[in-house]
Design a protein around this ligand. Structure first.
Ligand code: ADP
Ligand code: MG
Length: 703
């Protein structure tokens, strides 16, 4: 999968018109928009892809969806007015005919397309109404000499032509030294191509360079660039780790004995901690007692019991006199943490507060005051916690639940906020410890790259008594049967989640679907209490519905994906997901994790609407075949690349422009080893390498 760091350059209908819009902007400004300020930038602006213009092919061999280049004679041309004004020409060679179409054109183009003239044309081939066609093809003189090597196509911006980019880059290549940043010994040992050679090949391949591997990014020149990029990432992650260790955090030592909050929490839980939980608790506990900030990820499959682990960490911090903040991505989840932790904290005499965006002003003011005064020892909330108006008193530990749901920027905000407020009453230099939690395990290559500055603790076992969920894939045509099944289950005392289809494009539609589904199900299941919960509901109402469901007063809960994360109702043993084909794999796994929490055998019905796309089919197959969160995460990475795992609103992905984590695992490992070695032996080289690769990008790497 090529990285789409910048706008793809493929010509679209209307592209000619768009380009005139950029006309008022100076050339320099257009380069600046691409981040191309000095010759170094230009040299590192590598092609997005290549076009093969070295051959002219017969018209008969053109295929829809692929680029093509042909030569022929204009048979006829016409301005047509249906459905809109356009220029249509027919080009002919010995093997067939091809339509050419312009939706905007100049009078001069009409001249060019006069019958009888010969042209070389190139563009993407489409299957049109009257056979194959090209829209806005590029036109050049027929019978001119063909280029002998691939043509690079660069990421560009509106109104900046490929020729301008090529010219500027060629100029930069002449004046810019392409010194190798790496020592020759390393280059030799890893059989890397020298940097200068790699860059030259990528910008202007020669006929001798293998075209396929250049296009597929497997050519040694690409491997060199990817290695360098990954190495830069590893080096700056290592630097970030070192910088973190140089910071000071409050030492949260465990208070020994039965009187400690941790020991007392264990007493009030009502269950025994599993071995896996005890192990991760002690890992976290040891980190908290260090004098630099913890940065630890707690991963454990859905339902593995992460909340109590977080609570134990919180108790250790509170026992040491510090404040704790727990941030969750949705109000429902924050509310649930609040309900659960409040019970525990009340038993221990600890004041808990909660804070969300939709709280009434007065309640909010009260919470903000209690947080600022330090009266609130434990604070639970949504993103509202990172607002400017919230000031902590002496924040010692920050817990972020379901961290992949937050974007990089939000996570950075919370860290910064923590840094600003950690001192509070005490030492202004102090930075809080950080614990992030996720049910989506991080595949190895990701763990080694984007999350390399995290220590990882894994809960690798489930609390006792969990039974695997039976997953059924059912066509939506059998909806009536499913409704009957839900009613039978309700009669036997089993509660059901009914998850509405996800409508990405529109929140309003999403809501409407939930309301309609609720009405339809209430009608179809007379005598059953059917409830509704969705993201736009006022908080109090939402909490009321969830409480009623938890108490068994509602049999069937119609929900949007607000229940995706964290909700915990053991008696809900049946889940129906409508239009499961529209959900992502991680999302389906999270949803399914809502059932299978009690003693009963649970069932998850994934209702789908045929026909399924290839991707949807693979996702549903994965759900059917496995319940192992790690396996699912790996398949997700294979199916859609790392974006999903890194968070939906992810901007950090732009960081790797060339390397592809799904494909370049071996390079990641090599880069990691090289980074360790260089940091130990060659500090000057580290600086030189980062200077080339990390211009202005260090900040995001701290996430
Ligand atoms: P998740 O890891 O998905 O956040 P939770 O922390 O919500 O999972 O835990 C799921 C359920 O398991 C909760 O009801 C919790 O109280 C319960 N639980 C956690 N640990 C144990 C345990 N050791 N024994 C029994 N039940 C447990
Ligand atoms: Mg949870």
């Amino acid at each position: 999968m090529p990285k789409q760091a910048a706008t793809p350059t493929r010509r679209k209908p209307g592209a000619a018109r768009e380009s005139t819009r950029g006309a008022g902007v100076s050339l320099a400004e257009k380069f600046r928009r691409l981040g191309l300020v000095d010759p170094q930038d230009l040299v590192m602006h590598l092609p997005l892809r290549y076009e093969d213009e070295t051959r002219v092919q017969p018209i008969a061999s053109l295929r829809p969806g692929l680029p093509g280049q042909v030569e022929g004679e204009v048979l006829r041309s016409d301005v047509s007015y249906r459905p809109r004004r356009q220029l249509v020409a027919t080009l002919r060679d010995d093997t067939g005919e091809l339509s050419l179409r312009w939706l905007t054109f100049y009078p001069s183009q009409l001249q060019q397309m006069q019958a009888g003239r010969r042209w070389r044309v190139r563009g993407e081939v489409r299957g049109g109404y009257f056979g194959l066609e090209m829209i806005h093809p590029r036109i050049t003189v027929a019978d001119a000499p063909l280029p002998v090597s691939l043509t690079p196509i660069y990421p560009t911006t509106e109104g900046l032509a490929q020729v301008s980019l090529r010219r500027a880059i060629a100029g930069a290549l002449m004046q810019c030294p392409l010194d190798d940043t790496l020592p020759a010994t390393l280059v030799d040992r890893l059989s890397l191509m020298p940097f200068a050679q790699a860059i030259k090949i990528l910008h202007s391949p020669s006929p001798a360079d293998d075209a396929d591997s250049l296009m597929e990014h497997t050519h040694p020149a690409w491997l060199r660039v990817k290695f360098d990029e990954l190495l830069a990432q590893q080096l700056s992650l290592a630097a970030a780790r070192e910088a973190r260790r140089a910071k000071k955090a409050p030492i949260l030592a465990v208070r020994p004995g039965k009187a400690s909050l941790c020991a007392r929490l264990v007493k009030v839980l009502g269950f025994d901690l599993t071995e896996a939980q005890q192990r991760v608790i002690s890992e976290i506990s040891a980190d908290l007692a260090l004098s630099y900030p913890m940065h630890r990820l707690l991963q454990g499959d859905v339902g593995s019991g992460k909340t109590v682990v977080a609570a134990m960490a919180a108790m250790q911090a509170i026992d040491a006199g510090m404040q704790v903040a727990v941030m969750a991505p949705t109000e429902i989840l924050a509310e649930q943490h609040y309900q659960k932790m409040r019970v525990w904290c009340e038993a221990l005499g600890i004041e808990v507060r909660w804070l969300t965006g939709s709280m009434p002003a007065r309640a909010r003011r009260g919470a903000v005051e209690a947080i600022a005064s330090g009266q609130a020892r434990l604070v639970i909330g949504t993103q509202a916690l990172i607002q400017d108006s919230v000031r902590f008193c002496n924040l010692g530990l920050v817990v972020v639940d379901e961290q992949h749901r937050f974007g990089v920027a939000q996570r950075l905000d919370l860290t910064r906020k923590g840094e600003a407020d950690a001192g509070g009453a005490g030492d202004p230099e102090l930075v809080p410890h950080q614990l992030t939690m996720s049910a989506t395990p991080i595949p190895r290559t990701l763990a080694m790259t984007f999350f390399a500055d995290l220590e990882v603790s894994s809960i690798d076992g489930m609390p006792p008594g969990r039974k695997p969920v039976t997953t059924k894939l059912v066509s939506s045509e059998r909806r009536a049967e499913i409704i009957a099944h839900v009613m039978r289950a309700a009669a036997a005392g089993t509660q059901t989640y009914w998850v509405c289809p996800l409508i990405e494009e529109s929140e309003a539609l999403d809501l409407q679907t939930a309301v309609d589904t609720h009405a339809a199900l209430a009608l179809a299941m007379p005598g059953l209490a059917v409830g509704l919960v969705h993201g736009r509901m006022p908080t109090a109402e939402k909490a009321g519905v969830m409480r009623a469901f938890r108490n068994g007063e509602i049999s069937v809960l119609v929900a949007t994906t607000v229940i995706e994360v964290g909700v915990d109702v053991p008696n809900a043993a049946l889940m129906v997901v409508e239009h499961a084909e529209r959900f992502g794999l991680a999302q389906l796994h999270q949803l399914r994790g809502r059932v299978g929490r009690g003693q009963a055998q649970s069932v998850c019905v994934l209702m789908f609407q045929a026909p399924l796309s290839m991707l949807a089919r693979e996702r549903l197959r994965a759900m059917y075949e496995t319940q192992d969160g790690f396996e699912i995460a790996q398949r997700d990475l294979d199916l859609r690349g790392p974006g999903e795992l890194l968070g939906s609103r992810q901007s950090g992905m732009a960081l790797l422009k060339f390397a592809d984590l799904a494909q370049d695992g071996a390079l990641v490992r090599a880069a990691r080893e090289a980074a360790i070695e260089l940091r130990r032996d060659e500090p000057a080289i580290v600086i030189r390498h980062l200077a080339r690769w990390m211009r202005g990008r260090e900040d995001f790497l701290r996430s």
